[in-house]
Design a protein around this ligand. Structure first.
Ligand code: 0X9
Ligand code: ZN
Length: 508
């Protein structure tokens, strides 16, 4: 009797375990299986409504005056319906939009393997101007490549002081055209270097960095499995996949226009810079101190500039950013616009590259669909390459107010002087005079400029120190003269002379 009761009890327990276990698996499964995305036009207008959609963590493709185009799962669409949004389904199975690539009709787009080969070949064919670096690995272990293009490189010093410019593609998996433009730029710079005066000058005078595929796993996944995939391919704790890389950067990282839910298309990750891609870009930016950057996306034919994390955020470089955006827009025919005015979203690459790293950072929304037809690709590339060349040309004469090389007047004078020595071959007499004047005790009564100058010298490598030696020698002579003439605090001046002496000795 007893054993029958126990048997029955165990039977019930077994039944419940199987039942709930299966339900749990089903629940997890519905998260991990890709729901077929739809393209939906939602009829809304005005900032608040657009922000509401962005704040729901939805994937916004295009914002027009009276409607917004979204990429939505059926579940998201039901949710919108219950909230009373009016809509029209434009494409039932968004993946089918890109079927031409699967069937082999789209020939213009490169696979990750092909990009890898192009990068390696460029380094082989143009060893004087190309240096390929693996700046990180993706979640699935693939290389994130960055090509450094710079001519007339005589050791790292000269290059390190050249204005650096960054170009990035494919933060979002399905935006294949965003790979083609940086690749086209790479090809333009390498192939025309020996033939075109203007290209040669840009390459010689700048440090250009090109990262055509920021998310290799994403590109492969979108091209071979699920064409409309947006995020990277991280496996999240709840078994859903992907973090939106353009919500994972660490300036005002949060959930405006981004989502806390791992399953959302705009999931911002567990913390700022949780992803290998954003970590790699951050490390590169901290090392190279970019003056300018462009992150390519698609679509909408826009040139966007920061800030993007909220409406009407005060920005000290607003004028400069909007002017540069407008200048570039002349080349690609796009509309220049503040990022947040498209929709506010926290954690994009521009806000961090500008807000923290001090780069004049732009996002180009290329073309008028996610993957433009083959026939459109060459023109999109040509027009946008021109816009990029323009920006490179500007990088030596403008900078963000918070660029790390320009945060004090002394730093600025040192950078200007080194730039003149390295790039303009000392044509700017004023650069030297200005620096020496700043260090002259007559103008530097509390010795602050001198302290800052020596701190800058300490940061330089030996070649840059050599370039600064003539300045140190002249300053030393002025100080010696002051000691003789008993001008200033003699003890302090002697200490300063000793500091200069120590640096000069180290150089020899
Ligand atoms: O949402 C994005 O990440 C970008 N658009 S896309 O359709 N390519 O996904 C735009 C980002 C612009 N930045 C902000 N609005 N903050
Ligand atoms: Zn994008």
């Amino acid at each position: 009797m007893k054993s029958r009761g126990l048997f029955l009890f165990l039977g019930v327990v077994f039944f419940l375990v199987v039942l709930f276990g299966a339900q749990a698996v089903l629940a997890a499964d519905s998260k991990i299986k890709d729901e077929v995305p739809q393209i939906v036009k939602v009829y809304v207008s005005g900032r608040q409504k657009v922000a509401e959609l962005a704040n729901m963590g939805l994937d916004i493709a295009e914002v027009k005056k009276n409607y917004v185009v979204l990429v939505l799962s059926k579940t998201d669409l039901r949710d919108l319906e219950t909230r009373g949004f009016k809509y029209r389904v434009m494409v039932d199975d968004a993946n089918s939009l890109l079927a031409p690539f699967r069937s082999g009709t789209l020939k213009k787009y490169h696979s990750f393997e092909q990009v890898e080969k192009i990068m390696k070949d460029a380094e082989k064919n143009y060893p004087d101007i190309c240096k390929l670096e693996v700046i990180g690995k993706s979640f699935e272990g693939r290389s994130i490549y960055a090509m450094n293009i710079s001519g007339n490189v005589t050791g790292k010093t000269a290059a390190a002081k050249k204005p650096a410019c960054l170009f990035m593609g494919l933060h979002h998996s399905r935006e294949w055209i965003s790979v083609e433009v940086p690749l086209a730029l790479l090809i333009e710079l390498t192939e025309k270097y020996a033939k075109d005066e203007n290209v040669k000058k840009l390459v010689d005078e700048h440090d250009i960095w090109i990262v055509p595929v920021a998310s290799p796993d994403g590109l492969i996944y979108s091209q071979t499995k699920s064409t409309m995939w947006r995020k990277n391919r991280r496996l999240n704790a709840d078994k859903s996949y992907g973090v939106d890389l353009n919500r994972n950067y660490g300036y005002q990282w949060g959930n405006v226009g981004a989502s806390n839910s791992p399953g959302s298309d705009t999931y911002h990750g567990t913390k700022a810079f949780s992803e290998f891609t954003s970590q790699a870009i951050k490390a590169l930016a901290e090392r190279e101190k970019f003056r300018t950057s462009v992150s390519f996306h698609s679509y909408s034919e826009l040139v966007l500039y920061p800030f993007g994390y909220g409406y009407d955020i005060p920005c000290p470089d607003k004028k400069l950013l909007s002017e540069l955006a407008a200048e570039m827009a002349k080349f690609n025919g796009y509309t220049p616009q503040n990022s947040a005015d498209l929709y506010p979203a926290m954690g994009d690459s521009d806000d961090w590259l500008y807000g923290t790293a001090g780069a004049l950072a732009f996002t180009f929304e290329l073309g008028s669909q996610f993957v433009p037809n083959d026939a459109e690709v060459d023109k999109i590339c040509a027009d946008n390459v021109k816009a990029c060349l323009h920006l490179i040309g500007k990088a030596s004469s403008v900078h963000a107010s918070n660029h790390p090389d320009f945060s004090s007047r002394t730093q600025r004078a040192v950078s200007t002087y080194l730039y003149d020595v390295n790039v303009s071959q000392g044509k700017d007499e004023n650069a030297k005079v200005q620096l020496i004047n700043m260090l002259n005790p007559a103008n530097d009564t509390n010795g602050k400029n001198f302290e800052e100058f020596m701190a800058e010298v300490a940061k330089c490598d030996v070649n840059a120190k050599k370039q600064l030696a003539p300045i140190m020698i002249e300053v030393k002579n002025i100080y010696m003269q002051n000691i003789i003439n008993k001008i200033g605090n003699t003890r302090q001046v002697i200490r300063d002379v000793e500091k200069i002496q120590a640096e000069l000795q180290e150089i020899e």
